[in-house]
Design a protein around this ligand. Structure first.
Ligand SMILES: [Zn+2]
Length: 113
């Protein structure tokens, strides 16, 4: 029985189709959502998975200057990416039109003092 050794096992230690995000957005200490990155977030990537979310829904990832391109591509190739704005611009926009529908699965959005 030649050639029957189980070579080429497809079990891979790499999981590249999972979310690279490591936690919900922290309003106090926004850091990059890239795996293993602890850099301060500069960019907000707004995205939407049409299979999971209604069209007006926006999920957000944060990105540092270095990972903005990487995370944008990750979402972009899946057709999820909707918008890329600076964190400052995003926060200003959120403050301007604060959602009132209680859609807060990223944690409670406490009132800003
Ligand atoms: Zn980063």
């Amino acid at each position: 029985m030649p050639g029957s050794s189980p070579r080429g096992c497809s079990a891979s230690p790499f999981v590249d189709n999972d979310h690279v995000i490591h936690g919900p957005v922290s309003e106090d200490n926004p850091i990059c959502s890239a795996k293993g990155c602890r850099a301060a977030a500069v960019w907000v990537l707004a995205w939407n998975n049409p299979k999971l979310h209604t069209p007006e829904r926006r999920k957000t990832w944060l990105a540092c200057e270095e990972h903005r391109e990487h995370l944008s591509q990750f979402l972009g190739v899946r057709g999820f990416l909707k918008d890329v704005v600076t964190l400052a611009a995003w926060e200003a926009e959120q403050a301007a039109n604060r959602p009132a529908d209680g859609d807060t699965d990223d944690g409670p959005a406490g009132p800003s003092a």
